[in-house]
Design a protein around this ligand. Sequence first.
Ligand code: ZN
Length: 175
Amino acid sequence: MTLAHDCSDKIEFTVDYLVIVRGAYCMICELEDDCCIRVGSLGKTKFRRGVYVYVGSAQRGIEQRVGRHRSDKKKRKWHIDYFLDEAEVKAVIAVPSEDKETECRLSKSVHAIAGASTPLSGFGSSDCGCDSHLVYFGDEDLESVSETVVYHLSMLGGMYPEKMTDARKSGRKRR
Ligand SMILES: [Zn+2]
């Protein structure tokens, strides 16, 4: 595996490494405009434009799961699938872990960051005791939210958050 430890945005994982990494992840998403989204069984909700952080987990590999979230062809399964019809994933922070509780610890930690709020109770937390796994950061800068999340997570004992680079995207121009 290749894992460059560097605090810049240039951190890169090889795809081979990410496929097998299990654990939790934070997706930093941007919603460009206020909009109404029907979030599965939670119903229609108005979301304000801005930056959102979604905390999830993938026991079969973070890269595979995030790739699925980013795909336009998927069937909607989770609340985040509906949300991503409108919002775009801008950055992903992976937290390798074998512990299923990690996802909820991360979510609670992200909720505790100054400026964070809960946009919709029950989002992503049908199977746990959390209020929500989606956190709203208003009009804050994407990059600074991303840095703040990495910082806060690294303060938790035993957590080693790493910013992921999308290997499929890095080699080609964006649309
Ligand atoms: Zn939870």
